[in-house]
Design a protein around this ligand. Sequence first.
Ligand code: LLP
Length: 431
Amino acid sequence: MLHPHYSINDLGHLAVGGVDTVTLAEKYGTPLMVLDENAVRTRCRLYQSAMEKYFGAGSTIHYASKALSCKAIYRILKEEGIGVDLVSPGELYTAKAAGFDLTEASFHGNNKTDREIASAIADGIGEFMVDSFEELEAIDRIAGEMGVMQRIMLRLTPNIDAHTQKAILTGQLDSKFGTPIATGQAERLVRLALTKKNLILEGFHSHIGSQIFEYEPYIEQAKVMFEFMADMKAKTGYEAKKINLGGGFAVRYTNDQPTVDIVGNIEKIATEVDRICVSYGLRRPAILMEPGRSIVAVAGVTLYTVGTVKEIEGVRTYVSVDGGMTDNPRYALYQSRYEVLLANRAAEKKDLICTVAGRCCESGDLIGEGMALQAPVRGDILAVLVTGAYNYSMASNYNRVPRPAMVFVKDGEDRLVIRRETCEDLCRNDL
Ligand code: LLP
């Protein structure tokens, strides 16, 4: 199987974290999102111990909540002693409602409103990732009005090509995120930040993109960021206490993809960071990273019930399921690839190449094309693997489809963590 926490049990059913997924589908209905808690915790610990080991005490990760935001995940992160990156009032609210200490959180985004800034300051947010000149002014002004000294970091664009999808590339010069180093604007932003009476500048941040298999782009990024840090030290005397290298480590979605070695990558980046710091005569700052996908993606599986199986003779076979782009828009958006199988006949040979289609009135509502699958019949349970990241968090109510339920499994036990949306829920705000 693609990952060790997926297995086939004695009944020939797909099990996740030791729990029979067919039983889960019967108990909770479909579509159903299933997340293996131990797989999440293992990745938190892998990151955390590698960050401390190779970058030293004080270096840590902030989980990028956009990958999956719900109370249950924040509670796990809290137990694991990991901070979070939040990007919206909704994510802030959810983290707070889960009892998460917001002093361990950073607030991201390219367009934070004055009201969001004030509310995050009132909640004691750890630090703002300042995206622009305008935002720097706004945070300083609002912090001043509230009588708070606010910690900030500056989000910079290092102009790195991370060989990933254009839609999820963020570190290049022409980006809606951050302030570019190459144009000299980042230097001006640092100089301005240092004059602000209500702000404490902690350091610099950059994020080069997502689903990145190679470690080399991170080395390039580190070079640019530390060169900038050295340049600022020489020109202004300011030495950053923290450098945040963002997230982006890839995960294995399909059998033909490699597994990214999280610890090995961190070790390689750390070796290079040490070398660069020595060459520039810098004290090594605390290093932060912001993984999202690589914490939760592989932990997740989506279960659907197969409905219509339609063969267009000489063309292809459509296998329709009871969800689709409303719970997983990633094929529609990025042509993302997944592995699928029939959870109730998992041990059988995959003898059909098909297109798995969602239920929406939209031709592009597909889970994937050219997918190998056991030839299904109506009522079979179809599992899509590696759906823990950017599935539930990107879900929508298109066609007035209610969002699925989510179940966490751990050590053979299951528990409901997000109840299934009802049609009444959908009408909640209708007047
Ligand atoms: N930090 C920042 C500033 C980010 O913008 C992101 C992701 C991350 C960290 C986490 O990156 P990760 O470790 O998850 O790759 N919806 C797309 C992915 C968008 C990523 C947006 N930013 C997808 O489904 O592939």
